[in-house]
Ligand binder design. Structure first.
Ligand SMILES: NC(=O)c1ccc[n+]([C@@H]2O[C@H](COP(=O)([O-])OP(=O)(O)OC[C@H]3O[C@@H](n4cnc5c(N)ncnc54)[C@H](OP(=O)(O)O)[C@@H]3O)[C@@H](O)[C@H]2O)c1
Length: 270
C-alpha cells in the first residue's frame, strides 16, 4: 500500500458510509469519518479513524470539518436521503432540502477536497449516486433529480479535474439493506394521506420499494467497489452495484425510453 493515504467519507454514521470507513481503515487508510453524530462512531473501528462532526447543509460546518486536514487522497461523497412525494404535493422547503443534502452538500465537500487534491496533483473522488440517477420512478422525482444531478456533476468534473490527475467516479447502487428505508426516507404527509388522488400508487409502490431496500444487497459490496476504484487507475467512470442496478441499468441502455417505461410499469404494476 502507498504511504499513509488519507480519505474523507461523508454520511459515515450508517450503511455504505460506515462500511466504507471500516474497510478503508482496515486497508491502512487514515480515515476522516464525517457524520452528524461523531460520538456514535468513537472507538468502533479498527485502524486510524477520526470521526468528524459535519452538517453538510451548513457551509461553515463543512469548512470546519476540513480544519487540520493537510492532504487528501480520496473523497467518498456518500451522504444522502430520499424524499417520497408527488410533485404536486411538494413544498419549497422539501424541494430545497433534498437538493441541499444530496447535491449542494456534495458540492460543498467536493470544493474543499479539490483544493487539497489539486495541491498534490492527485486524487480520487467517488460519488455514491444511485441507479435512480439513470432511471425515473414516481414518488421519487426529487430524489431522482438529485441523483441525475450527481451523475452530471461526475461527468463534468471528470473533464475539469483530469489535468490535475484527479479521477472522478460514480457508483450507482440498486437497493441496499442499510438505514436508508428505516431512517432516511422522508415522506410527504399529503402524498401519504388516504384522501390523496395518488393513494393507489402510494399504497402499491411505496411498501414495495421499502421492502426491496430492506431486503437489498449488503453495503459491504459498495465498500469493496470503492476500494477497487481507488486502487485501479483505469477503473471505468461509473459502475453499478447490487442486483437491481445490474438488472435495470443495462436494460435502460438497450431499450427505447418507451419500451423501458413499459417494462417498469409491468414490474411495479404502475
Ligand atoms: N440503500 C439504498 O437502497 C440506496 C440505493 C441507491 C443509492 N443509495 C445512496 O447511498 C448513499 C448511502 O445511503 P445508505 O443506503 O448507506 O443509507 P443510510 O444508512 O441511511 O446512510 C445515509 C447517510 O447519509 C447521511 N444523511 C442522511 N440524511 C441526511 C441529512 N438530512 N443530512 C445530512 N446527512 C444525511 C447520514 O449520515 P450521518 O447520520 O452519519 O450524518 C447517513 O448515515 C446515499 O447517498 C443514498 O442515496 C442508497
Amino acid at each position: 500500500m502507498k504511504r499513509g493515504r488519507v480519505v474523507f467519507v461523508t454520511g459515515s454514521g450508517s450503511g455504505m458510509g460506515k462500511e466504507s470507513v471500516r474497510l478503508l481503515a482496515q486497508k491502512g487508510f487514515k480515515v476522516y469519518a464525517a457524520t452528524r453524530d461523531p460520538e456514535k462512531l468513537s472507538g468502533i473501528f479498527e485502524g486510524e479513524v477520526t470521526p468528524v462532526y459535519m452538517d453538510i447543509t451548513d457551509p461553515k460546518s463543512v469548512e470546519e470539518a476540513f480544519y487540520g486536514i493537510e492532504r487528501l487522497d480520496v473523497l467518498v461523497n456518500n451522504a444522502g436521503y430520499g424524499l417520497v412525494s408527488t410533485v404536486e404535493d411538494l413544498d419549497e422547503k422539501q424541494m430545497f432540502d433534498q437538493f441541499n443534502v444530496n447535491v449542494f452538500g456534495l458540492l460543498r465537500v467536493t470544493k474543499h477536497s479539490i483544493a487539497l487534491m489539486r495541491e498534490e496533483r492527485s486524487g480520487v473522488i467517488v460519488n455514491i449516486s444511485s441507479f435512480l440517477g439513470k432511471i425515473g420512478l414516481p414518488l421519487l422525482t426529487m430524489y431522482n433529480a438529485t441523483k441525475y444531478a450527481v451523475e452530471g456533476i461526475t461527468d463534468s468534473l471528470r473533464y475539469e479535474l483530469a489535468d490535475f490527475n484527479i479521477r472522478v467516479h460514480s457508483v450507482m447502487p440498486g437497493f441496499f439493506d442499510t438505514q436508508f428505508a428505516r431512517a432516511n426516507l422522508v415522506t410527504n404527509a399529503r402524498t401519504f394521506s388516504e384522501k390523496s388522488p395518488y393513494a393507489y400508487m402510494v399504497s402499491n409502490l411505496a411498501p414495495r420499494i421499502v421492502e426491496q431496500i430492506n431486503r437489498g444487497n449488503d453495503a459491504k459490496e459498495v465498500a469493496a467497489l470503492i476500494y477497487r476504484i481507488i486502487e485501479d487507475e483505469s477503473f471505468p467512470a461509473r459502475v453499478t452495484a447490487g442486483e437491481k442496478a445490474r438488472k435495470f441499468i443495462p436494460m435502460r441502455k438497450e431499450l427505447s425510453d418507451e419500451d423501458f417505461e413499459r417494462r417498469v410499469r409491468e414490474y411495479y404494476d404502475l
